[in-house]
Design a protein around this ligand. Structure first.
Ligand code: FA5
Length: 338
């Protein structure tokens, strides 16, 4: 048995030298030291030995077992380190390489311009008011002093949903809804989408407006001009010029259309301003006393001004965009420029 043990030890140590993986080490451990292993077999067979021989062989067998165990443990340690080194080498990351570019989303140009317009007006003391896009004829037309069948309704090509329900054609409807709820002074802007059956390079069936309304005692047209001149300078820069042209809106009297000098050609005439040097951006005027009657304001005591501008037109002018459709086509190559 002693010779057998010595041979087993030598064989185990010889085989250990040929091993290359942790798995093989584990298999060898089972072969020699496992339940049915060679060394365990010897230990089991010790019952047949004489009482004198038993402790001697027992000691030897234990020594051989420990010797094999520690040789294999040492080998396993080395192989584990080797496998770890190889893995680390394979997974090595070169932190000096430039990263792949992540394309971040950003706000649509119309939202950017709308927010810029809102910020300028909020700074001047206006608060934001909102109203529905599906509107009653009463708020979109009638209470704004458009009599039934009056030709002024033709100025805004309307999408009707039912006889008296429509897609709002302007955000002026929010004027009435707000004045119904609040007593003067009222100083609001109402930004939002509006809809008209209208389609060419500068007109879109859905576009965005910002309406402004200021009602208080002693509000004047001069204040309206002051607010709008300051507004345009803040949006387009100090050198921009404004022009007020007499116009007509049923809900304002007097009324004006406000043009700004074309920021693309600096007033010299180009495709966008159709050679005139000016671009129409908004309608404005003093609130008609008839509108005050609809909401129960005393027109002897209060006066007010209102204005409504097209956000799309402002965006086109600010960024030199010559076709309004580009704003709604969602072409990322176009949108990423802003
Ligand atoms: C109005 O909508 C009036 N509610 C504005 C107003 C408010 C006047 C308060 C007086 C007092 P108008 O139809 O002109 O007015 O439209 C206002 C602006 O919206 C225009 O100057 C233009 O910039 C823009 N706009 C009008 N139609 C379109 C369209 N189809 N596509 C893009 N922008 C448009």
């Amino acid at each position: 048995m002693r010779t057998q043990l010595a041979e087993i030890e030598q064989a185990a140590l010889r085989e250990a030298k040929t091993l290359a993986t942790l798995r093989e080490v584990e298999q060898l451990k089972v072969k020699y030291l496992g339940k049915k292993g060679l060394v365990t077999g010897i230990l089991r067979g010790m019952g047949q030995l004489s009482p004198e021989e038993r402790p001697l062989v027992g000691q030897l067998a234990n020594r051989v077992k420990k010797g094999i165990e520690s040789a294999l443990d040492e080998l396993a340690g080395k192989l584990a380190q080797k496998e770890l080194d190889e893995k680390l080498l394979k997974e090595k990351i070169d932190i000096t390489l430039p990263p792949r570019l992540i394309k971040l989303g950003k706000k649509h140009i119309l939202s950017q311009v709308r927010e810029e317009i809102e910020d300028v007006l909020i700074e001047m003391g206006f608060a934001i008011a909102e109203g529905p896009e599906v509107e009653l004829d009463y708020y979109n037309f009638k209470s704004l002093n458009f009599p039934d069948e009056h030709p002024a309704r033709d100025m805004q090509d309307t999408f009707y949903l039912q006889d008296d329900v429509l897609l709002r054609t302007h955000t002026s409807s929010v004027q009435i809804r707000t004045m119904e709820k609040l007593k003067p002074p009222v100083k609001i802007i109402s930004p939002g989408k509006v809809y008209r059956c209208d389609y060419d390079n500068t007109h879109s069936p859905m576009f965005m407006q910002v309406e402004g309304l200021y009602v208080d005692k002693g509000v004047t047209f001069a204040q309206l001009k002051g607010v709008l001149n300051l507004f345009y300078r803040k949006i387009f820069g100090e050198e921009v010029k404004t022009r007020f042209r007499p116009s007509f809106f049923p809900f304002t009297e007097p009324s004006a259309e406000v043009d700004v000098s074309c920021v693309i050609c600096r007033g010299e005439g180009c495709r966008v301003c159709q050679g005139t040097g000016w671009l129409e951006i908004m309608g404005a005027g003093m609130v008609d006393p008839n509108v005050f009657d609809f909401v129960g304001y005393d027109s002897e005591e209060y006066s007010g001004f209102a204005f409504g501008l097209g956000v799309d037109r402002v965006a086109m002018l600010k960024y030199g965009i010559d076709n309004i459709r580009l704003l709604y086509e969602n072409d990322l190559r176009f949108l990423r420029q802003f």
